[in-house]
Design a protein around this ligand. Structure first.
Ligand SMILES: Cc1cc2nc3c(=O)[nH]c(=O)nc-3n(C[C@H](O)[C@H](O)[C@H](O)COP(=O)(O)OP(=O)(O)OC[C@H]3O[C@@H](n4cnc5c(N)ncnc54)[C@H](O)[C@@H]3O)c2cc1C
Length: 424
């Protein structure tokens, strides 16, 4: 078993990065080479803006290259929960922009001819307990009432035709859910940005920012200094660099993934429609198939940071859940196992805007493959002064009380969610 991301291990390497010294200045400096930063760099370069992207290690080496591979509509919480909290109008906008974001990813892939096996096989939310069907049905009804007719409520026997498992009590199918090879998408995005003129520097960790007046900044990196007309932070849940304000508002939570050997005929029987599947428990699973006939199986597994020992332990926990939920696949070999950090906020919604002369878009709370790509394009407009609505602007974004970048409370949160799963 390889302790590395399947997406990164099986994608072509990015070979169009900038080499040599940093230029003395650029109109816009983007910090972070995940999907937010790469998409912003692409859109800025397409507008003819002089843009430099600075990535601490390799492009899409963090969450963007280490995720579960789903690109689905829908926020981290249900539409009724959003309505209860924010009212009908705002909730509808939050939910709708996720649908728009998946459409945007599809259009971008088409426009830039990125070879990443994008397909719309749909997303199936699975009820892990009979009591969970009420919440799924409530979401289904709200979606049909306020937003879309193209979702379906499935009974336990409908679900049995979708997945070779007796573990589920029904579900909701959203046919607009999409999936793609995240590594080939990331490399394709970066290559397109470079082709349009963005200069992308890897191994260029930003260590210091000095405001030179207005939006102008001196940016100090491991590779030298650059003066930026404007700076866009696309650093995910980075815990290094001069980003304390953001680090006090985003909690990195570990999430883990295993990938099986190629098992085509078994998959045809176990998951004939090859959708994105998500179970309804807090300590649940998300899974899909790959275009080379593997099962990609993810989950929270444990509240721990990713490192080789914890990835291996989480891989064992995930394999147990796979054996339990898809018993026909019990004997398959696991080829890949890795972990990554999901960027959680207190309200599980993203945040984008401007703070202290720095533009930013971060924290998609585990629902970010589509939203990060979309927000890169939104921020490219906002940074350059083009009128564009920012769906994730906040009046105020409060720091998490008692939190200064060390997640001491995560075991307590984990225990709380396990308790909720047990009694639900
Ligand atoms: C295990 C896992 C499973 C997930 N599954 C899904 C899924 O199935 N579907 C979904 O929609 N979302 C999923 N997500 C979430 C999704 O991957 C992220 O929301 C999204 O990729 C975030 O993109 P980003 O560009 O904001 O951040 P990142 O991809 O984290 O990129 C930030 C970049 O900034 C760089 N950086 C940080 N600090 C500095 C610095 N000081 N100087 C220079 N560069 C710096 C980092 O090296 C990194 O490359 C998952 C996440 C994880 C971890």
């Amino acid at each position: 078993m390889k302790l590395e991301s399947f997406w990164l291990a099986t994608a072509p390497c990015f070979d169009a990065g900038a080499t040599g010294d940093l230029p003395a200045r650029a109109d816009v400096v983007v910090i972070g080479g995940g999907f937010t930063g790469l998409s912003a760099a692409l859109s800025l370069a397409r507008k003819g803006v002089d843009v430099v992207l600075l990535e601490a290690s390799r492009i899409h080496g963090e969450a963007s290259g280490r995720n579960g591979g789903h690109c689905s509509p829908g926020t981290a919480q249900s539409l009724p929960d959003l309505i209860d909290r924010y009212g009908e109008q705002t909730a509808k906008q939050h939910y709708q922009v996720y649908t728009d974001a998946v459409d945007y990813v599809e259009q971008l892939i088409e426009r830039e001819q990125i070879d990443c096996s994008f397909v719309r096989h749909g997303k199936l939310k699975l009820a892990s307990k009979a009591s969970h069907m009420a919440g799924i049905a409530r979401n289904y009804e709200a979606l049909r009432k306020y937003l879309r007719q193209d979702v379906e409520l499935l009974s336990a026997s409908d679900v049995r035709r979708e997945i070779a498992s007796d573990a589920f009590h029904g579900g909701m199918l959203d046919r607009r859910g999409a999936q793609m090879h995240m590594g080939r998408f990331g490399t394709g995005l970066a290559t397109a940005a470079a082709r349009h003129g963005a200069r992308i520097f890897e191994n260029a960790a930003v260590t210091k920012l000095t405001n030179l007046g207005g939006d102008r900044h001196r940016v100090v990196t491991a590779k030298g200094e650059i003066e930026a007309g404007r700076v866009l932070l696309a650093t995910g849940c980075s815990n290094h660099g001069p980003f304390g304000w953001w680090q006090r508002r985003i909690v990195p939570v570990g999430s883990f993934v295993i990938v099986t050997e190629p098992i085509g005929p078994l998959l045809d029987r176990a998951l004939p429609n090859r959708r994105n599947y998500v179970t309804s428990l807090n300590f649940g699973n998300y899974f899909r198939t790959s275009d080379d006939d593997r099962l990609v199986w993810g989950g929270r597994a444990q509240f721990a940071r990713s490192n080789p020992a914890s990835d291996r332990k989480s891989g064992g926990i995930l394999k147990d859940s796979l054996d339990r939920l898809l018993p026909d696949l019990r004997d398959v070999r696991i080829d890949y196992c890795w972990g990554g950090l999901v960027e959680a906020t207190a309200d599980r919604l993203p945040s984008a805007g401007k703070h202290d002369g720095l533009y930013y878009s971060v924290a998609y709370s585990g629902h970010g493959t589509q939203m990060s790509t979309y927000m890169g394009d939104v921020m490219a407009d906002i940074v350059t002064g083009t009128a564009r609505a920012n769906p994730w602007a906040r009046q105020e974004w409060k720091a998490l009380p008692g939190y200064a970048g060390r997640e001491w409370f995560l075991p307590l949160v984990g225990a709380y969610f396990r308790f909720k799963d047990a009694v639900s």
